[in-house]
Design a protein around this ligand. Structure first.
Ligand code: GDP
Length: 700
């Protein structure tokens, strides 16, 4: 038999059957992740070298319950299977099922089989059979399902070799359908057959019932002569499902035996506790608490290390490369820019490690179930909880974590409101301003006012996120079927390989997706801060020397004074001054203006920029910066710049404004359009401006 050297394999299955694990087993790290054109459904292709030198391209399709599409994810599957011209059209389909849920999983199998694609039935989680008292009559099932069956455990790794061998001989697999489509409605299908004698009946049926792009046939032609009323079609679809289940039941009656006396049921006991009205929440919040403590604890070390390495790399290049624009660009623009991307990696990696573990173990489904009722009131889904809470670390991985929300509207709303939660980059800004304007006193003798302010800011962040979700839910006119199917998979020990691959994938997606945009913005900001027109910028050294002719500065102070002079007269300094009229009603001067503009790349830059402006130098000595800031007065009024009114106004501004290039970049990536990040930028920052304005005008 001559085999093609390159074959396409489609991996299909219900959610949670272990499809990703099978994919990982077959491909290892030979995976490429992208998006389907025009939509944000993840497209994963992996490569697998089979014996006899055949190379298999394995396409991991999104989890789907049936071919009756109700989400974009499911449409992807149908479009591929109906379109023979697609270059990924499968030579062979692997339908992955879970041995414990075989009956339900086989529905999809019978549908795929009826498309007459060579289909292998992969029955996964075979390691659980003994424990659950399940036995299968494989030859019987193979005969009646007209397929080949690979009984495997992707956890233990057995059966994978046999599966690969089955794939090689895919041409010997019968393509005979399981169900004769005519049983759905004899007359209707007879007339269809007459009109399109060369087409596969079941394909035609899918074209009629699904909203898919089917290139080979003129759908309108079929529809115009054969469409029944909507309710008739629905009825027929239901009938199809019933017929399929009858068929499956018949086959399984002989082919599958369960000895219930063996099965032990820890699961329902654990479920009762984990989804309990009170304990469920307590346990969930305890777990979150531990996770966030760990993320902060563990991330600090690598983050500091990345920070320090890039600082010394930057110093090294500045010292070693020939002086000039290019060197400056490299040492002050590009290297810190890349550092500013990589610094997020520890948080992203740890967060996704924990999320993967919770998902893999089966616990996440319980959380989703627990939270769904509450979240739904605000137009969110139970699955929005994780992104919203992860947002307290960083909105970037949090937005990436929205991918498993099936409903597009709920997902979009979650993406849009997540940046309101108080991320760790706001913390240094809050810390310094609270230190300046909130007295360090105690309420009732034990409640620290500064601590309370910080807590209120966190609550404000969450509250705003939930409230804007509620509003967006009312405003956004996006149709989407809200069908809520939470799988309650079994509790399992997480598979290290799955966790590892997921962490690597998410980190790569961030670095190469959002990273480019962050780098570009960092370089632009570097340019604006490092160049300026006119003498005041270009002759900064001379100006400082002259102005201190009578009281010469020491080297360090001189350098600081020059840096400050340059920043003030750089393009960004000029921009700061230009926007002063717009921000003075908020209580800010041009110096704060510069800090606001430059902290557009990332909020924490605020403190650093103020440090430079107040010429305290690169040392991150907060006490000194704070003292300098506390002493700043407005020359016109003689009032302190950082007073209670302007301080609160700034806190509110930072709480609401969209100042994070990384978040914008990831929103663009996840929504596949500039419309949403721009909307976030304009609306959030506009809202921040108005709130800060009102606060200052009332308090001053
Ligand atoms: P997907 O949603 O279909 O992609 O499923 P995953 O690959 O993410 O797996 C779902 C869960 O099943 C995870 O907790 C896996 O660790 C677990 N799992 C996957 N394969 C096996 C297996 O062969 N045996 C057992 N016991 N668990 C498995």
């Amino acid at each position: 038999m001559v085999s093609k050297q390159n074959i396409n394999i489609a991996l299909i299955g219900n959610p949670n059957v272990g499809k990703t694990s099978v994919f990982n087993q077959l491909t290892g790290l030979n995976q490429q992740v992208g998006n389907y054109p025009g939509i944000t459904v993840e497209k994963k292709i992996g490569f697998c070298k089979l014996p006899t030198n055949i190379k298999a391209n394995i396409l991991d399709l999104p989890g789907t319950y049936s071919l009756n599409a109700s989400s974009i994810d499911e449409n992807v599957v149908i479009e591929l299977l109906l379109n023979k011209n697609d270059k990924l059209y499968p030579d062979v389909a692997l339908v992955v099922t879970d041995v414990e849920n075989l009956k339900r999983n086989l529905l999809l199998f019978t549908q795929i089989k009826d498309l007459e694609i060579p289909t292998i039935l992969v029955i996964n989680m075979a390691d659980r059979m003994k424990f659950k008292g399940i036995s299968l009559d494989i030859p019987y099932l193979e005969e009646h399902l007209k397929t080949k069956i690979a009984l495997i455990s992707s956890r233990k790794g057995f059966g994978i070799q046999e599966l690969k061998e089955m794939i090689i001989t895919y041409r010997t697999i019968s393509t005979e359908p399981c169900l004769n489509s005519s049983v759905i409605d004899q007359d209707y299908f007879d007339s269809l057959r007459k009109a399109f004698p060369n087409q596969l009946l079941y394909k035609l049926w899918l074209v009629i019932t699904q909203d898919v792009n089917f290139l080979n046939l003129d759908r309108n032609e079929i529809r115009s002569s054969f469409t029944k009323s909507h309710s008739d079609l629905k009825r027929l679809q239901q009938k199809e499902t019933i017929k399929r289940y009858q068929f499956i039941n018949d086959v399984l009656k002989e082919g599958l035996k369960i000895d219930t006396s063996i099965a032990k049921d820890y699961r329902s006991k654990l479920d009762r506790v984990l989804t309990h009205k009170v304990w469920g929440y307590v346990i969930f919040f305890l777990i979150l608490f531990v996770i966030f403590q760990s993320i902060f604890e563990w991330s600090t070390i690598p983050m500091d290390y990345i920070d320090a390495s890039f600082a010394s790399l930057s110093a090294y290049t500045a010292a070693e490369l020939p002086a000039g624009v290019l060197t400056n660009l490299i040492s002050q623009g590009i290297i810190p820019g890349i550092g500013g991307i990589l610094i997020f990696i520890p948080q992203i990696a740890f967060l996704f490690m924990f999320i993967s573990i919770l998902e893999e173990s089966g616990y996440m489904s319980r959380v989703v179930f627990l939270m769904d009722k509450i979240m739904r009131k605000f137009g969110l889904s139970g699955k929005s909880v994780v992104p919203l809470i992860s947002g307290t670390a960083c909105a970037i991985p949090a937005i990436m974590a929205t991918r498993n929300i099936e409903n597009w509207k709920e997902r979009l709303i979650t993406i849009l409101v997540t940046p309101f939660t108080t991320c760790s980059a706001r913390l240094p800004v809050y810390a310094i301003i609270i230190g300046l304007v909130i007295p360090d006193t105690h309420l009732f003798g034990f409640l620290n006012m500064q601590g309370i302010t910080l807590m209120l800011l966190y609550l404000l962040g969450f509250g705003t996120a939930i409230f804007s979700a509620y509003i967006l839910n009312k405003i956004l006119k996006i149709k989407g079927k809200t069908y809520f199917v939470v799988e309650m998979p079994n509790y399992k020990l997480p598979l290290f390989k799955n966790v590892g691959i997921n962490v690597i994938e998410k980190t790569k997606a961030f670095v190469f997706g959002a990273g480019k945009i962050i780098l570009a913005i960092s370089i632009v900001l570097w340019f604006l801060a490092s160049y300026g027109p006119g003498k005041s910028f270009n002759n900064a050294e001379q100006i400082i020397t002259e102005s201190h002719i009578n009281d010469p500065l020491n080297d360090q102070d001189f350098e600081n004074a020059v840096a400050s002079q340059k920043l003030e007269n750089s393009y960004i300094g000029i921009m700061g001054k230009t926007i002063e009229p717009a921000i003075s009603p908020l209580g800010y001067d041009w110096k704060i203006g510069i800090a606001i503009i430059s902290s557009f790349a990332a909020r924490e830059v605020f403190v650093g920029t103020l440090a430079t402006i107040y010429s305290v130098g690169g040392s991150d000595n907060e006490v000194t910066i704070k003292n300098r800031m506390a002493a700043e007065v407005n020359p016109a009024t003689g009032e302190k710049i950082f007073n209670f009114a302007s301080g609160i106004s700034l806190l509110l501004f930072y709480a609401f404004a969209m100042q994070c290039a990384g978040t914008l970049a990831i929103t663009k990536k996840e929504t596949n359009s500039w419309k949403w990040p721009l909307g976030q930028l304009v609306l959030m920052s506009g809202f921040a401006y108005i709130v800060a304005l009102i606060a200052y005008q009332i308090l001053k």
